[in-house]
Design a protein around this ligand. Structure first.
Ligand SMILES: NC(=O)c1ccc[n+]([C@@H]2O[C@H](COP(=O)([O-])OP(=O)(O)OC[C@H]3O[C@@H](n4cnc5c(N)ncnc54)[C@H](OP(=O)(O)O)[C@@H]3O)[C@@H](O)[C@H]2O)c1
Length: 297
C-alpha cells in the first residue's frame, strides 16, 4: 500500500453496490481501494474497526454494509439494528477521529410514501417498517457522530451480484405460467453500476472533501413494480403472463411505502451529475448479464 495514494475503504464487499464499485475501481488509478466483506471486517465489531483504522490511513470510507432483508427485519429487529444502526455509530465515530470522509448509504424506506411527488432530502422521515426504522437510526447516528459525513439515499437497487427483483422476475418468468406483480407501489429503480460511478465521480469533485450532508440518488423515471416487471419481461423475452395486482393481494411481513420516488435535484445541481433513465440502465444490466433477448434484426 502506497501512503501517498488516498485509500478508500469499502465495507460490505460482495454485496450489490460494493461489487459494482469493485468493477470500476481500476478506472480510478489515483485511489487505492480496500474491499472488505463481512468475514474480513464485521462492522458490528468495534474492536475490529478500531484495529483497522489504527493500522491504515483511510481517507474515505464507503459504507455499503447493511442488513438488507426487509421482511426478515420485522422479526430480527435487533440484528438489523446492530448492522444498520449501532455499527454505523462506531464507523462514524472512527471516521471523525481519523479524519476519514464517510459516505454512508441509506434508503428510500426512511419515508412513509404517503406524499404524491418525489421526496426531497428535507421531507419528513417516517419509516413504515422495521428495516426503514433501523436505517433511519443509522442516518441519525452517522450525523451525530460525524456531522461532516455524506448520507446517500437510494432505492430499488439492483446489481450484478444480487438476488434482486430483476433476477426474481426472470426466475419466475421462466418457471411459471403466470407472474403476479403489484401495480400500486411507485419508486425509482437504481442500477448499482450507475450509483457506483456516481459515488466515485462525486468523490473526485473539488468540493467533495469540504462538504457533506444528505443526498438522493436513483435512476430517472418514476414507475410501479408492475411497470418494471413489464419492461423486464419484454427485454428478457419472458413468455409467462404478467398480471397486475394490488398490494392488498400480496401481503408481506413488512409493510411497503406507496411512493418513494426520490427527488435528485440537490445532487445534480451541487455535483453536476447527469443520471441515466431507468429503462436505459435496465437494458444495460440485462445486456451485461447476458439476459437481454437477442434481436432478430
Ligand atoms: N437493495 C436495495 O434494494 C436497496 C434499496 C435502498 C437502499 N439500499 C442500501 O444500499 C446499500 C447497499 O445495498 P446492497 O443492495 O448492495 O446490499 P447487499 O447486496 O445486501 O450487500 C450488503 C452487504 O453487507 C454485508 N453485511 C451484512 N452485515 C454485515 C456486517 N455486520 N459487517 C460487514 N458487512 C455486512 C452483507 O454480507 P452478507 O451477504 O454476508 O450478509 C452484504 O455483502 C445498503 O446500505 C442498503 O441498505 C439498498
Amino acid at each position: 500500500m502506497d501512503d501517498d495514494i488516498p485509500l478508500i475503504l469499502v465495507t460490505g464487499a460482495g454485496g450489490q453496490l460494493a461489487s459494482s464499485i469493485e468493477d470500476i475501481a481500476d478506472d480510478y488509478p489515483g485511489y487505492q481501494f480496500l474491499f472488505l466483506d463481512q468475514e474480513t471486517l464485521d462492522i458490528t465489531d468495534k474492536q475490529e474497526l478500531q484495529n483497522l483504522f489504527d493500522s491504515k490511513p483511510i481517507q474515505y470510507c464507503i459504507n455499503t454494509a447493511a442488513y438488507t432483508a426487509v421482511d426478515r427485519a420485522e422479526s430480527e429487529y435487533d440484528e438489523a439494528l446492530a448492522v444498520n444502526g449501532t455499527a454505523v455509530a462506531y464507523l462514524a465515530e472512527l471516521c471523525r477521529k481519523y479524519n476519514t470522509k464517510l459516505i454512508h448509504i441509506s434508503t428510500d424506506f426512511v419515508f412513509d410514501g404517503l406524499i404524491d411527488r418525489p421526496y426531497t432530502e428535507t421531507d419528513t422521515l417516517n419509516p413504515v417498517n422495521a428495516y426503514g426504522k433501523t436505517k433511519l437510526e443509522g442516518e441519525a447516528l452517522a450525523m451525530a457522530n460525524d456531522p461532516s459525513c455524506y448520507i446517500i439515499r437510494t432505492s430499488w437497487l439492483y446489481g450484478k451480484n444480487g438476488n434482486n427483483f430483476i433476477q426474481t422476475m426472470i426466475r419466475l418468468g421462466q418457471s411459471r405460467d403466470e407472474v403476479r406483480v403489484v401495480h400500486d407501489q411507485f419508486g425509482n429503480p437504481t442500477y448499482a453500476a450507475d450509483l457506483a460511478a456516481a459515488l466515485l465521480d462525486l468523490m473526485m469533485h473539488p468540493e467533495f472533501d469540504y462538504s457533506g450532508g444528505i443526498y438522493h440518488y436513483s435512476n430517472e423515471g418514476v414507475i410501479s413494480w408492475y411497470d418494471f416487471a413489464s419492461e423486464i419481461f419484454e427485454t428478457a423475452g419472458l413468455k409467462a403472463k404478467l398480471v397486475a395486482i394490488s398490494s392488498a393481494e400480496y401481503p408481506m411481513p413488512a409493510k411497503r411505502p406507496v411512493n418513494t420516488a426520490l427527488d435528485k435535484s440537490k445532487i445534480k445541481t451541487k455535483f453536476g451529475l447527469s443520471i441515466p433513465d431507468w429503462k436505459d440502465s435496465l437494458h444495460h444490466y440485462l445486456r451485461e448479464t447476458g439476459q437481454k433477448k437477442r434481436s432478430i434484426f
